[in-house]
Design a binder for this molecule. Structure first.
Ligand code: PGA
Length: 253
């Protein structure tokens, strides 16, 4: 069974007070497991603990936006899997397009992070997606194939079931220009086929859509047969918007 997940990626936003307040508003609504929908928030590292405390006892889960692949040691500025778990994280985002493009993360680095996170017992949200130029030159499938191969390489069959894929076309992230439900569904079906070929656990791997999902377009996107939830940036920072997306999710789940 595939989980249906509505995830908020707060990126480098909020301060402690505003982050905890936002978490509180979500926790108040998601007091119990919503009809088949899992809810996740990924605040900046310094706010994992206070946000985790605020959502404690509710159905909202805690995740981090990145992780390093080494065990604790001399890696200035990095954060280990053990530390995220110690802070109450169950999830971690890996391979977000901003980390690929701005921080220079390669598929090889992303693969090491995926493997370390899975070995440590975290659920990985592996982000993939093509650039506008890649889409326009007909390379979408090839790019996704490479990113999926990079993410999944060396993963055991059992571990694969702890991966969630997030399809985020880079041209739709933070631009207000979302993929149409048909465009998104088309790519999700391709990803689903790639997963089927790669693992016998494909029916347990959810595929989220991300990229300018908001309260107005969520219902249509989430109703697509191969879209199992959303990874939301900008609209995750406003409680009413994120709550509306959660509600749309519980209709589709
Ligand atoms: P956006 O970001 O919803 O602001 O487009 C999505 C993401 O980057 O995960």
């Amino acid at each position: 069974m595939r989980r249906f997940l509505i995830a908020g990626n707060w990126k480098m936003n909020t301060l402690r007070q505003s982050g905890v307040a936002l978490a509180g508003e979500l926790a108040a609504v998601a007091a119990h497991e919503e009809a088949g929908v899992e809810v996740l928030v990924c605040p900046p590292y310094p706010y994992l603990l206070p946000v985790g405390e605020r959502i404690g006892g509710s159905a909202v889960q805690l995740g981090a936006q990145d992780v390093y692949f080494e065990s604790p040691g001399a890696f200035t500025g990095e954060i280990a899997v053990e530390m995220l778990k110690d802070c109450g994280c169950r999830y971690v985002l890996i391979g977000h397009s901003e980390r690929r493009a701005i921080l220079g993360e390669t598929d090889a680095v992303i693969n090491r992070k995926v493997r370390a996170a899975l070995a440590g017992g975290l659920t990985v949200v592996l982000c993939v997606g093509e650039l506008l130029a890649e889409r326009q030159s007909g390379q979408t499938e090839e790019v996704l194939d490479r990113q999926m191969e990079g993410g999944f390489s060396g993963i055991s069959e059992a571990e694969a079931a702890s991966i969630v894929v997030a399809y985020e076309p880079v041209w739709a992230i933070g631009t207000g220009r979302t993929a149409s439900p048909e465009q998104a569904q088309e790519v999700h079906a391709v990803l689903r086929a790639q997963l089927k070929a790669a693992t016998s656990h494909s029916d347990r791997i959810s595929i989220l859509y991300g990229g300018s999902m908001n309260a107005a377009n969520a219902a249509q996107l989430l109703a697509q047969p191969d879209i199992d939830g959303g990874l939301i940036g900008g609209a995750a920072l406003k409680a009413p918007d994120f709550l509306a997306i959660m509600a749309a999710g519980s209709v589709s789940a």
